[in-house]
Design a binder for this molecule. Structure first.
Ligand SMILES: [Zn+2]
Length: 308
């Protein structure tokens, strides 16, 4: 038995040497997404109040890439056996809608002429006015708006997203919204990471950029991990345990539906510092969206990366 094992090890060693010396390198497909951040302010100078600095914006894009690529040595890394590198990346667009070079890549500063932006059934200027008048072609840009939420029923809102259309995925409607409102909206106090600069606007425990990671998950077709209901409701991913409710803070060993909850999943409601997982099944849903949904599939720039 010992000899057999030793023999097997030698064969493995020989094979790996052969691979190292050969010219064949395998590649994997990377999904790269160009981003424009519409910074909606009320006349403040750049870097003040809702008119957030380019450094704060860049810190958020860095967090997205760390989280979606499960990058080693960052908050986005995990060792969960179901944890995935989604192979999705984000970059600030270099050109504006007319092909012009942007002085601040991927940033569009807008004086919205109001201090607070309500999001509610009765008054919703974000959906009816702000987005349609400011959106850049959603077949070329992933549109993100940062605003100061406020007013009717909106003070506690961190962010929200428009789901993809016609993805064919379980748990999603065919039509989730029109072309001129496509994208996500994030409160400027939750956009960016306080670990990557001095950004006093950001409010703990939602100051590490995970509100945006969560909303991008929705934009790419992910449902909440508790399925927005009790144990009978699922998020249509087999490798995320059932959960009966959202979780807050960072609970340990929380059981509902007779399973250990995955409170580290980005699609829960836990604190930013608690989250670090997208699963393989969630990744599959997001890839389906990027390959089939109108606007998403035109938007994505495919790249190749060697597998080491
Ligand atoms: Zn959500």
């Amino acid at each position: 038995m010992k000899q057999l094992i030793a023999g097997a090890a030698m064969v493995l060693l020989f094979l790996s040497c052969t691979n190292d010396s050969s010219e064949t390198v395998e590649y994997q497909t990377i999904y790269r997404i160009p981003v424009v951040v519409h910074v909606v302010h009320n006349g403040e100078s750049v870097g003040s109040g809702a008119n957030i600095s380019s450094a704060q914006i860049k810190s958020q894009i860095d967090v997205l890439n760390e989280d979606f690529r499960k990058m080693t040595g960052t908050n986005g890394f995990n060792q969960n056996s179901d944890g995935a590198d989604t192979l999705i990346e984000f970059f600030l667009a270099t050109e504006g809608p007319n092909g012009e070079t942007l002085t601040e890549p991927g940033i569009d500063r807008i004086d919205g002429g109001r201090a607070e932006w309500p999001k509610g059934f009765l008054r919703n200027p974000i959906e009816t006015t702000l987005k349609p008048f400011t959106i850049w072609d959603p077949e070329k840009y992933f549109n993100i708006w940062t605003v100061n939420f406020g007013g009717f029923a909106s003070r506690d809102l961190l962010g929200y997203a428009q789901f993809p259309n016609m993805s064919g995925l379980s748990g999603l409607n065919v039509d989730n919204g029109s072309t001129d409102t496509d994208g996500i909206v994030i409160g400027y106090k939750y956009f960016g990471s306080s670990q990557k600069g001095n950004f006093p606007n950001l409010i703990a425990p939602f100051d590490l950029g995970r509100t945006t990671t969560h909303e991008v998950g929705h934009w790419l077709g992910l449902r909440h991990i508790w399925g927005d209901g009790d144990c009978q409701y699922d998020d249509y991913c087999l490798d995320t345990p059932l959960a009966a409710e959202p979780s807050y803070g960072c609970p340990t060993n929380k059981m509902t539906c007779e399973e250990l909850e995955m409170v580290e999943n980005y699609m829960d409601y836990t604190d930013d510092g608690c989250m670090n997982i997208f699963t393989n099944d969630q990744t599959e849903r997001m890839h389906t969206v990027l390959e089939t949904s109108p606007r998403r599939k035109e938007l994505v720039v495919f790249g190749q990366e060697p597998i080491y």
